[in-house]
Design a protein around this ligand. Structure first.
Ligand SMILES: [Zn+2]
Length: 133
């Protein structure tokens, strides 16, 4: 199905974008004390996750896109399963789903953002690049 080496694997399993082995986040997205907190380095390949200061501010663009995608999904599902859809019911459904999914969207935006800048490396490539650095 979705194997190692694909960006989708790293995003869905929330693993290191380089080795796909170490965890990317400190904890579960719905654990509020560590919500969205990115680990300093990968526990497996020692890759530094914060490429530069303020790197994850760019993930707000991804977060915005995910919010728009959620809104479109809410509208589509509402028109499919309800007989009568009013603007008020639509906005309430969107707000409830946004509040419920906020921790997940927040963490997903960060891992999608970092995957745009880091490539998966096989074990051999990883060893060679670590020797150079
Ligand atoms: Zn790693």
């Amino acid at each position: 199905m979705i194997g190692k080496g694909t960006k989708l694997y790293s995003v869905l399993r929330m693993k290191c974008p380089k080795c796909h082995e170490g965890d990317f986040f400190e904890g579960h997205p719905y654990k509020f004390s560590t919500m969205g907190k990115v680990k300093e380095k990968c526990s497996h390949c020692n890759t530094k996750f914060e490429i530069e200061t303020g790197f994850y501010q760019g993930s707000y663009y991804v977060s915005y896109a995910l919010g728009v995608a959620l809104f479109i999904a809410v509208v589509a599902i509402s028109f499919l399963i309800r007989d009568e859809v009013t603007p008020t019911s639509l906005m309430l459904t969107f707000l409830v789903s946004l509040i419920g999914l906020f921790p997940l969207l927040y963490t997903l935006s960060k891992i999608i953002w970092v995957n745009a800048f880091m490539k998966f490396k096989h074990k051999k490539e990883l060893k060679n690049s670590n020797l150079v650095e």
